[in-house]
Design a binder for this molecule. Structure first.
Ligand code: ADP
Ligand code: ADP
Length: 228
């Protein structure tokens, strides 16, 4: 479904962030990119939704070169979740989740209904939390809102950059487990970035281990990697 071949990124200052990356991600698969800080994981994620243009190589989604797609159209099919979820502080939770459907021309009642369903889906009781503001939520709850918002356009692909990084270990484990269940139910294709090898092994159908210099050191199922 997502295919990277010979992908490289050198930033303007000469930093080689990603080098000759080949990666195949299947439909419905959860692939984790893991490795130390600065080895090109976030850059790779941002090249998939064209927040960053690759210097070399080719990225295809469903056989279509992403550089040949309108970026706005492309991003409709890709949900993006980052660690510091940028929720609108002066809008209620439900309104934060409605943003994307409203942007795409949904009516207010339809968007609201969908947002409440999504809150339920990510484990945030709508009756309790819909009318709160982001600062009235815990870190874990804000992260759930971020996931709900990313799902609002019903994208087939989710890109997640350290989505569970900002919460304490107990909450993290719960969010990881709940997200795995959600992903199984929804069948989304997910690319998840983390520096936590335990999270990678726990969550990934396949795990891509990045090494310093933006090189892919290993790619395989957790069982294959643990056998090494
Ligand atoms: P990771 O997500 O694995 O921590 P990144 O993809 O964020 O790694 O960064 C890879 C490398 O590229 C690092 O050396 C980082 O400092 C560098 N880098 C990231 N963004 C930029 C930028 N906008 N300009 C120059 N160098 C950058
Ligand atoms: P977590 O274990 O997810 O980190 P917290 O200890 O931060 O949870 O929060 C516990 C509960 O208190 C949550 O239900 C959260 O919604 C609620 N809460 C946190 N901050 C506020 C606030 N400023 N106003 C109202 N409720 C809050």
């Amino acid at each position: 479904m997502i295919n990277l071949s010979g992908v490289g990124k050198t930033y303007d200052d000469g930093t080689v962030a990603v080098h000759e990356l080949d990666l195949e991600i299947g439909r419905g698969e959860l692939v984790v990119l893991v490795g130390p800080s600065g080895c090109g994981k976030s850059t790779t994620l941002k090249m998939i939704n064209r927040l960053i243009e690759p210097t070399t190589g080719r990225i295809e989604i469903d056989g279509v070169d992403v550089t040949r797609q309108d970026p706005v159209q492309l991003r409709r099919g890709i949900g993006y979740v980052i660690q510091q979820v940028g929720l609108f502080p002066h809008q209620k939770v439900v309104r934060n989740v409605m943003t994307v459907p409203l942007l795409y021309g949904e009516s207010k009642p339809t968007a609201r209904k969908r947002a409440l369903e999504l809150m339920e889906l990510v484990g945030l009781d709508p009756a309790t939390y819909a009318d709160r503001y982001p600062h009235q939520l815990s870190g874990g709850q804000r992260q759930r809102v971020g996931v709900a918002r990313a799902l609002a356009a019903n994208p087939p692909v989710l890109l997640m950059d350290e989505p569970f990084g900002a919460v304490d270990p107990v909450v993290r484990t719960r969010l990881q487990d709940e997200f795995l269940r959600l992903q199984r139910d929804l069948g989304k294709t997910v690319v998840l970035v983390t520096h936590d090898i335990d999270e990678a092994v726990r969550m990934g159908d396949r795990v891509a281990i990045f090494a310093v210099g933006g090189r892919l050191a290993q790619y395989g199922t957790p069982a294959q990697l643990l056998a090494h």
